[in-house]
Write a protein that binds this ligand. Structure first.
Ligand SMILES: O=C(O)CCC(=O)C(=O)O
Ligand SMILES: [Fe+2]
Length: 342
């Protein structure tokens, strides 16, 4: 028994060593290898035709496990590093961003449309999020302006709008002109319109600067409006704010869209994130933050939607710009706009 054990041990040693050495690496006289052969034939009962144990794995099940673990680890790495079909946060609510940019190629339809307006073609399409453009005081003042007007009306469903330029205000299933109502005609002071204009000018300049165009070839356009979103079920199709869309298709005059958020995701409401739908089914998400401005080219490259609000109330403002002077609108002053007779 004892000599058997010794023989097995010796064999293990011989076999391990030969596994790592190429024949040319072998040191010592040929005699050694012959004596090694003799040792092996001893263990195989002196029969040289019997297979050697050699480098056969001693614990094959261990290798299977190691490989399985390596494959699983690799799959996990691939899953977490690939973006396909995933959500990528572009702006989280708790972050304070000076500027976060995403540059994109313009969609063909957008490119050919803006090329009709010299000087209004962006160097690159894309988006920019900034929390340092509008002050907390300005955002608060804009929120109060929005609430004061919207409190005079409100849709039956979850989406109400107020357009200070035309006076349009959601009421029930329809819209009224707030400036034509007794309460609505004097609801704002000059200081409110001054704040509004100051905020508009800042955003207007920032859009021009970011997309590297002159502010003089960019015009404020219709509709520019406040929105108030809740989780009420829709009363009409105007309440269905969650559908994916391209602003250029929804609002013909848009070339550049900006959004000013007036309430905080997670604090004032839940749901209601803004989602860009990108290539390979990747969603880039923007969580609204009071005073946050998002600006983007209005073409197909920026297809987007707003998630349904789950709870609370979400206030925001859509401020839109066009390259076409025919669609320019002026800053609001609380007066009913007189339209030229058709
Ligand atoms: O309020 C938002 O975040 C986006 C609104 C929007 O998509 C739009 O006005 O076209
Ligand atoms: Fe939109």
């Amino acid at each position: 028994m004892e000599s058997e054990t010794k023989a097995v041990k010796r064999h293990g040693k011989t076999s391990d060593t030969s596994k790592h050495r190429e024949p040319s690496d072998r040191k010592g006289p040929v005699k050694d290898s012959k004596s090694s052969d003799r040792d092996e034939s001893k263990q195989t009962g002196g029969n040289p035709t019997q297979p050697k144990f050699g480098p056969m794995p001693r614990f094959p099940h261990q290798r299977v496990w190691t490989r399985a673990i390596m494959i699983i680890a690799l799959l996990i790495v691939v899953y977490f590093t690939s973006k396909n079909g995933k959500e990528v946060p572009l702006a989280r609510q708790h972050e304070i961003l000076h500027q976060r940019k995403q540059l994109l190629d313009c969609s063909e339809s957008y490119q050919s449309e803006v090329e009709l307006y010299p000087g209004c073609v962006p160097e690159k399409c894309g988006r920019l999020i900034s929390d340092s453009l509008i002050t907390v005081g300005e955002a608060q003042a804009m929120l109060e302006i929005a609430k004061r007007g919207l409190n005079l009306g409100g849709s039956l469903g979850g989406a109400s709008i107020l357009d200070l330029h035309s006076g349009a205000l959601s009421v029930g299933r329809t819209f009224i002109n707030m400036y034509m109502t007794e309460k609505g005609k004097n609801i704002y002071r000059k200081s409110d319109f001054d704040t509004y204009k100051q905020v508009r000018i800042k955003i207007h300049r920032a859009v021009a600067q970011h997309f590297k165009i002159s502010p003089d070839v960019l015009y404020l356009t219709h509709p520019t409006f406040f929105s108030r979103l809740t989780n009420l079920p829709p009363g009409t199709e105007h309440d269905e704010y969650w559908h994916p869309h391209v602003d250029k298709d929804t609002y013909k005059s848009f070339h550049y869209t900006s959004l000013l958020y007036l309430s905080d995701y997670g604090d004032d409401f839940d749901g209601g994130r803004f989602i860009f739908i990108d290539k390979d089914n990747v969603n880039s998400t923007v969580e609204p933050r009071k005073g946050r401005v998002s600006m983007f080219t209005s073409g197909k490259e920026n297809t987007h939607f707003v998630e349904r609000v789950r709870s609370g109330t979400r206030f925001a403002m859509t401020i839109s710009f066009t390259c076409d002077p025919k669609h320019a609108i002026s800053d609001p002053n609380g007066k009913v706009i007189k339209r030229a007779p058709k």
